[in-house]
Design a protein around this ligand. Structure first.
Ligand code: NI
Length: 184
């Protein structure tokens, strides 16, 4: 197990298209996923994509534990999602603040589909098929974007709604509820 450095915005490797995983149930794959979880937890993130560690494979992880400080927030089960496909359910989109471990200390307003279905595989190659909405759907869309070299800063709905978390909180533009307070 290892905590790896997270690439930051400006590193050209974040712009690459990641390759599909072709073999499951491999110790090498398990090791990558373990390093991803170690790093995500160490960085206190809610999601992470393999390209953020300089690993060009279509692997994302995400998970959001219930936080006693925010009893109303919905937990997201810890998930490994490999070779994901996202389908929007309906056309409804919603605005929300996003943060990224590759853009530390900043947040930006991004529009995402409110409801999605995502499919893919876990580390052993078993199929995953989940319907998600709200923050859960947002995190999955954010992570899967990383696999296509897309950072949320490319999706800002208004470049004026992008800045340092501290300033956005201090000015009351963003509140401290857990969803907007997460990096992924
Ligand atoms: Ni990110």
């Amino acid at each position: 197990m290892a905590i790896l450095p997270v690439l930051r915005l400006g590193d050209p490797r974040l712009l690459n298209i990641a390759s599909k995983v072709s073999e499951f149930n491999k110790p090498e794959l398990d090791e990558v996923i373990e390093d991803m979880f170690d790093t995500m937890r160490a960085e206190d993130g809610v999601g992470l994509a393999a390209p953020q560690l300089g690993i060009g494979l279509r692997i994302v992880i995400f998970g959001f534990e219930h936080n006693p400080r925010y009893p109303d927030s919905h937990a997201i089960p810890e998930t490994v999602l490999i070779n994901p496909q996202i389908t929007a359910l309906g056309t409804e989109q919603e605005q929300g603040w996003e943060g990224c471990l590759s853009v530390p200390g900043m947040r930006g307003m991004v529009s995402r589909y409110r409801r999605i279905r995502y499919t893919g595989f876990d580390a052993s190659g078993s199929a995953i098929d989940v319907t998600a909405e709200g923050f859960h759907a947002r995190v999955v869309q954010h992570e899967c974007d990383h696999l296509d070299g897309i950072i949320y800063t490319q999706r800002l709905t208004d470049a004026r709604k992008f800045g340092f978390t501290e300033e956005l909180l201090a000015s009351g533009q963003m509140n401290t509820e857990p969803c907007s307070n997460q990096e992924a």
